[in-house]
Design a protein around this ligand. Structure first.
Ligand code: CMX
Length: 129
């Protein structure tokens, strides 16, 4: 298990990238659009983990709903696992509420699944492989 990335919801990707470039001096982000999740993403690699800035590309995007309700800020934590299907079964057996019972495709063609924030102290949690 590792901390794969931290997702941060932002209103404007371009201006937020400038803010994070000032903080993460010398790190150039990669950009990606994840159509299925209705987000545009700027990815900053920091050692073994990443900060992902998320901008909604549609009004009904989960990121847009989050910003409307809570404002900008940490949107989710993502943990890298070996054997995502096995991990989901394990979580379910432990009574953890899953948003995705089976993995779907996320950024970079990785398998991802979300766990409901109500199950994890208000933190939307992603697992990825
Ligand atoms: N972190 C913490 N709480 C969150 C949240 C988040 N990111 N998103 C929503 N919530 C809370 C809401 O505040 C709300 O709480 P209250 O009931 O106390 O008001 C509750 O969850 C329900 O929220 P909602 O706005 O009514 O939204 P939905 O039920 O439609 O969906 C969720 C919530 C988490 C199930 C949905 O956003 C989801 O399936 N998310 C997973 C996919 C995703 O977030 N994709 C975007 C990023 C993708 C990427 O990284 O590529």
């Amino acid at each position: 298990m590792k901390l794969d990335h931290i997702g941060i919801a932002v209103k404007n990707l371009d201006s937020s990238v400038q803010v994070f470039k000032n903080i993460l001096t010398g790190i150039e982000p990669e950009f990606e659009e994840v159509a299925e999740q209705k987000v545009r993403v700027a990815i900053f690699h920091i050692g073994d983990t990443r900060i992902e800035l998320l901008e909604a590309t549609a009004e009904d995007s989960a990121v847009q709903k989050f910003i409307d309700k809570k404002g900008e800020g940490v949107h989710h934590l993502a943990f890298g696992v070996n054997g995502i299907e096995k991990t989901l079964i394990d979580f379910k057996e432990k009574g953890i509420t899953l948003i995705d019972e089976t993995p779907r495709m996320g950024a970079g063609g990785k398998k991802i699944a979300f766990v409901h924030p109500k199950s994890v102290n208000g933190i939307l949690t992603e697992i990825t492989e």
